[in-house]
Design a protein around this ligand. Structure first.
Ligand code: MN
Length: 710
């Protein structure tokens, strides 16, 4: 175990102004609070928070964070309270410990790994102080390092899976490469012990075979550099079994092809020395063409800086070399945590904290791919979302402003339709309550309940609104009688008869229906088709009516849309509605439009409300998954942005950078400070559009971005 004075010394080594007293008190408090609790290994429990604090000193975190590491389990696992922590250690530490406790209460359900993405977003949304996340990662790292003490293989696998799905990606997201690698490798060890063992065995065989080649090369590099008065630290780069495994999976290559290259890292004090070192290395050994990359003068988008080169080394061996400063290395290893190390922000100074947070956001925004970008912009983006839980702990993401009604329909339509009340965090709350992040929602149900139409105004999600509307369409008897009448009227007219002149009694008799009214109801509800009624009265007439979906049709314009519509024969004209511009990925419905074939709308398009009492015109539609990549679709967004020079250029550049094609741009409103634009953009699908919207929202000059529907 790390001694009290050792911990203080470790922090003092990088922060001479350390609050020694704070650390001493946190050490003693945590040790007493955990008392004689034991870990699975049999060690005193206190060894765990102590090791976590130790990991935080490896990351060179500030004193408050290290103290938080010591205290992180006290609120959850001991009798200590928030008030006590705040009284003894101040508001900042108490807030951090609280944040870590909150994250600890979320356990990823092993069955629902598909929810991992949501959990990652939720974590980011909750960690409004990034140090909370860093402590949580250190906590998980120590738990993974000691996971072998847990006896049940099932439990080990669950924890390893959670680490792989949730914590390793989070570590990568905030640039903590080293933590990410170790978490992945430890998870791999417990998830697939056989695969890891065979790769590790192969690696050690190769290492043995290479003898002390690695050491000789490192020494040759060091000697050559110091002959030119360059002071450098040289490290051999060890390949991790998991990264080799991933490469073997991804690239379908064998171990031999991956294992033959040796990697070295040269760390120096400053940038000019990096280039001097490069000159020396290239002067001493011949470089492999096409392998030189200068990420110092042009950093990667995530701010990664380093020089990469490959040379035929001193032993005629191909070696990969990375040259960088110690600071660049810290940033590549510890990501955002390195900011404390080199910029020494004073986290208690709110201006500085704000500034740091802004910079963090910038780093997060500079992601490699649009998907990452979407995640990284959580600071602006996820304020649009709230994440709530079912009593079983499943996560339900909802748009901001969502109510328990939206929650109920998000869980299941039946739950929504039978909902009579809601308990939010255990307390009965009105159904119009606006849900907030982390709410646990329990829906109170009754079999006799039906959803009142007024709920449509309370619900904010398209899903809930469409379901409420659908319910009324399906359950309003009066409406159905009227509808049946209209349908029959139309079918009769088409066949050349006048419904008003007909007596329907013979049809009722042959279809075993009691009355004319019930017949209308049966037709309106779709239990009996108008065609069958026609045939009952006029045998031979039925077929004329069956083709109504396919006739009459307009020219489809030559372009086939990647949509599947159930029950529609080939050749039917299908068009995407111009009111809502459906995109692949949207939930859609087809609307039979006489004279034009089938128009496809998004499920929440305002146009649908106008024809909602005519459900025979609705046909089920869905996107053809295979075809979605081959088409570009028009979409419209409304952007409100600052009225200042150059903003349009920024906007257009950003859309272009995200592979969107602007086809039209219209200013709809303009004031001194703000103006509103309607922009038509061609995109591939809903996700593509969401990426672009996220990117736009992250622009400082942009006030709001909304997709236009209908
Ligand atoms: Mn812990």
């Amino acid at each position: 175990m790390i001694r009290q004075y050792e911990l203080v010394e470790r922090v003092r080594a990088y922060d001479p102004e350390i609050d020694e007293n704070l650390l001493d008190r946190a050490y003693v408090f945590s040790m007493k609070a955990h008392g004689n609790q034991k870990r699975a290994s049999g060690d005193p429990y206190f060894s765990h928070p102590l090791e976590v604090a130790g990991i935080l000193t490896d990351m060179k975190m500030d004193g408050s964070t290290v103290a938080t590491g010591l205290l992180h389990d006290t609120i959850e696992d001991t009798l200590a309270t928030h008030e006590e922590i705040e009284g003894l250690f101040g508001g900042e530490v108490a807030r951090l410990v609280d944040g870590v406790t909150k994250l600890s209460l979320l356990e990823l359900n092993s069955e629902s790994t598909k929810q991992a993405e949501n959990f990652r977003k939720f974590f980011l949304a909750l960690s409004d102080d990034i140090r909370v996340l860093i402590v949580k990662l250190a906590d998980r790292l120590h738990n993974m390092r000691t996971l072998h003490h847990i006896k049940k293989p099932e439990k080990r696998r669950t924890i390893a899976l959670e680490t792989m799905e949730l914590y390793a990606p989070l570590a990568e997201r905030i640039g903590m490469q080293e933590i990410k690698t170790e978490l992945e490798d430890l998870s791999f060890l417990h998830m697939n012990p056989d695969a890891r063992a065979s790769i590790a065995a192969r690696l050690s065989f190769l290492n043995d075979e290479a003898g002390d080649l690695r050491g000789r090369i490192a020494q040759a590099l060091k000697d050559t550099l110091s002959a030119h008065n360059i002071e450098a630290n040289i490290f051999g780069r060890q390949k991790q079994p998991y990264s080799i495994w991933r490469k073997m999976q991804r690239q379908n290559v064998g171990f031999e092809q991956l294992g033959d290259v040796m990697g070295f890292r040269i760390l120096v004090d400053d940038v000019p020395t990096c280039y001097q070192a490069l000159g020396v290395v290239h002067g001493a050994w011949s470089s492999v063409p096409g392998r030189f990359k200068d990420y110092i003068s042009t950093p990667k988008r995530n701010n990664y800086q380093s020089i990469h080169t490959t040379v035929i080394g001193p032993e005629r061996q191909r070696i990969e070399i990375q040259i960088r400063t110690h600071e660049m290395h810290a940033l590549a290893t510890y990501g955002v945590a390195a900011h404390w190390q080199y910029k020494l922000y004073d986290a208690s100074d709110s201006d500085q904290h704000q500034k740091w947070f802004g910079e963090l956001k910038e780093i997060l925004d500079q992601a490699e791919s649009p998907e990452e970008f979407l995640e990284h912009t959580k600071i602006s983006l996820y304020t649009d979302q709230v994440f709530c839980f079912t009593p079983r702990g499943d996560l339900v993401p909802l748009p901001r402003g969502a109510t328990p009604i939206d929650f109920a329909y998000a869980v299941h339509t039946d739950v929504g339709n039978t909902c009579v009340g809601s308990k939010v965090n255990g307390t009965l709350m009105p159904l119009h309550t606006e849900l907030i992040n982390g709410d646990q929602v329990e829906i109170v149900r009754s079999k006799t309940q039906t959803p009142p139409a007024s709920w449509e105004d309370i619900a904010v999600t398209g899903r809930a609104r469409a379901a409420i509307r659908r319910f009324h369409r399906e359950h309003g008897r009066e409406e159905y009688v009227a509808l049946g009448k209209r349908l029959l009227d139309r079918a009769f007219t088409r066949a050349g008869y006048d419904l008003a002149e007909q007596t329907l009694e013979p049809a009722c008799d042959s279809l075993l229906i009691d009355s004319e009214n019930d017949l209308y109801l049966a037709v309106g509800r779709g239990n009996v088709t108008a065609g069958r009624v026609l045939e009952a009265l006029f045998p031979g007439e039925r077929n004329k009516d069956e083709n109504r979906i396919n006739l009459p049709l307009a020219d489809s314009g030559g372009e086939e849309e990647p949509i599947v519509i159930k029950g529609v024969q080939d050749g039917t004209a299908i068009r995407l509605a111009s009111c809502c511009h459906p995109l692949p990925g949207d939930r859609i419905v087809g609307l039979v439009t006489p004279g034009t074939g089938i128009q496809v709308h998004t499920i929440d398009c305002a146009e649908l409300a106008k024809v909602s009492e005519d459900p025979d015109l609705w046909v089920d539609a869905s996107w053809d998954e295979d075809a979605r990549d081959h088409f570009f679709h028009l979409s419209s967004v409304e952007v409100r942005m600052s009225n200042e020079p150059g903003v349009l250029g920024k906007l257009a550049t950003l859309v272009g950078k995200n592979q969107g094609n602007i086809t039209n741009l219209k200013m709809t409103d303009r004031s001194q400070q703000l103006f509103t634009l309607r922009i038509d953009i061609e995109v591939q699908d809903v996700k593509h559009l969401t990426d672009i919207i996220a990117a736009l929202r992250a622009l400082a000059v942009v006030e709001s971005v909304e997709r236009i529907r209908g």
